[in-house]
Design a protein around this ligand. Sequence first.
Ligand code: GDP
Length: 452
Amino acid sequence: MVLAQLGGSISRAIQQMSNATIIDEKVLNECLNEITRALLQSDVQFKLVRDMQTNIKKIVNLDDLAAGHNKRKIIQQAIFNELCKILDPGKPSFTPKKGKTSVVMFVGLQGSGKTTTCTKYAYYHQKKGWKPALVCADTFRAGAFDQLKQNATKAKIPFYGSYMESDPVKIAVEGVERFKKENCDLIIVDTSGRHKQEAALFEEMRQVSEATKPDLVIFVMDSSIGQAAFDQAQAFKQSVAVGAVIVTKMDGHAKGGGALSAVAATKSPVIFIGTGEHMDEFEVFDVKPFVSRLLGMGDWSGFMDKIHEVVPMDQQPELLQKLSEGNFTLRIMYDQFQNILKMGPIGQVFSMLPGSSAELMPKGREKESQAKIKRYMTMMDSMTNEELDSSNPKLMNESRMMRIARGSGRHIREVMEMLEEYKRLAKIWSKMKGLKIPKKGEMSALSRNMNA
Ligand code: GDP
């Protein structure tokens, strides 16, 4: 994920500042200059970056900070708050509710990722127990219906469309009616895009919107346009009642930060971001956890959300209980590796943990990472129950490691590497000790606790 580079540059700048024995004006300026450079490279508007720098300097008055104050923490918090301000787009005009029929219409330019995003949005909700359905009212682009049909079939989501009918309004109305009768609670209407903003596109959008009366209009845009997103989001907002935005291709472009901040500046709420071509490369966008993750402070609410998503339902209570106890054993690691291999995208889960930066499952190298996990599991298969259930790192002495290496046909160096990975995860895990297991809706409270 390219955003990880931006996050990496920012957290490195903060880290370097923290390493300084004394944090004075010069050290603070160096840190802020680094952050400014990183944000400008991400195509964040110059004015936003300059204001951010001024604000931080205003808040962090080094002379006023009494001795004993944790300057680093105060500066990090100021950077966090300012980034949240830049990226906070406000709340969507409407939030669909499970079990209550909502019609959601998708609009955007051709190639923005609109059709892909419709399916991702449907799939995301389906996994949470909703009954979504897809309507293809894109009669402009040849192949749009086939694409939607293919994606929908793969995800087992009902769909509606036509090869013959050329009137998008007719298809949209028929599709919405049909799925209302079938008691679907999330009816998603994919509309036509055009290569550029033009009158015909906006007119068609208005007609489909008038005929289907959507509860929410979602505007999909490609992040690669960076700060030009401001004009595009404004133009769509003026033509149709855009209630929320989804920014796609955050994985592939250095300008993602610029796009997000530009959309936020139009006060159009970003609700999800697309982070890849696959169906599950799709994430809720929530500004505080997002910035927290960007700064390497972890995204606890996203982490919990992913646990709910990827860990089988019957294993969740036990896993959450173990989380709150803070004892991470090799057996827990083994069980979670099994989930990783079954569910695939847990690299996303690891990237949400503070300091983890998805090292175990780097994007684009999933095959390699899976092989590594399988290797680790083979070694763990040669462990005794005592070793698997212990959370005492001292237990694993050299003779035990030798035995495991021999038993699994691996080198002792690899056993040590696996144990290092275990220690790294255990350290992260231990931070969750004593946590109250949050119920749904309490996630942000958890996030606050963890970042405190
Ligand atoms: P539409 O014309 O707006 O309906 O766009 P499509 O849904 O056909 O998407 C255009 C291209 O963008 C396709 O190749 C998609 O696979 C790709 N795409 C969509 N979303 C993402 C994303 O979040 N990341 C990446 N890397 N590619 C995406």
